[in-house]
Write a protein that binds this ligand. Sequence first.
Ligand SMILES: [Zn+2]
Length: 260
Amino acid sequence: MKADLFDQRRLLELQAVDTTLSQLGQRRRKLDADPAFAAANQRLSALTDKAANLGGDLADLDRDIERVEREVELVTKRAENDRARMASGAATAKELEGLQSELESLARRQGTLEDDQLELMERREALETELNETRRQVEEARQVLADAEADRGRRLGEIDTETAEATSTREALAINIPDRLVELYERIHAKQPIAAAELVGRRCGSCRIEKSPADMIPIKSAPIDEVLRCEECGCVLIRTELPQSKPSTLASEDELKKYQ
Ligand SMILES: [Zn+2]
C-alpha cells in the first residue's frame, strides 16, 4: 500500500489518542475494582450484621429480664398471700408450719431471682454499650462508603469527560487521513493495542525489537510513500526521521544512513 508519508505520520497521532483511550479504559476498570471501595463495603456489611446480632441478643435478654420479673412478682405475691393467711389466725398449726416452710423457700427463691436479675441487668448494660458503639461505627462506615462513592463518581466523571474529548479528537484526526490508511490501521488495532509506531533508528517503537542490518535493506530501499509493516509485531512502521516535505520517491542515501 502506498500513502503520503505525511498522512502515515498522522497515524501516530491517531495511535496516541487510542493509547489515551485505552488508558482511560484501564483507569475505569481499576476504579470499578478498587479494593478500598470493596473494603469499605465489606466493613459496613460486617458492622451492620454485628449490630443486628447485638440487637437480637438484647431482645433475648429483655425477654429473660421480663421472665425473671414476672417470676419475682409471682413469688412476692405468693409470700404476701402466705403471710396474710398466717396473720388471719384461721390457719391450723400444721398449716402454719407448712406456710412458714414455704415462706422460707420463697425467700430463697426470691434471693436467687434477684441475683439473676442483677446479673441480667449488668449484661444488658454491657450489651447496650456495645450496641451503641457498633451503631456509631455503622454510621461511620456508612459515611466512609458514601465518601468513597462520591469520590468514585467524581473520578468516573473525569474519565467520561476525558474519554469524550479523546473520542472527538480521534474523529477529527481520522477524517483527515485517507480512508484506506485508516482502514488498515483499524484492522491492526482490532488485534493489538499498538497499530502504528515510529521506526526509531532500527528499532520498532511498538515491539521494541531492533531490526538487523539485513532487515533494514528493504526498509531503506522502500519508496518514501510505501506503507511499511513491522515483521515482528505487524504494526504500521512510520519513518519519522525523513523530512516531511520529501516527495514520494526513493529516499536519498544520506537520509537512509540515519537508519543504520
Ligand atoms: Zn514491531
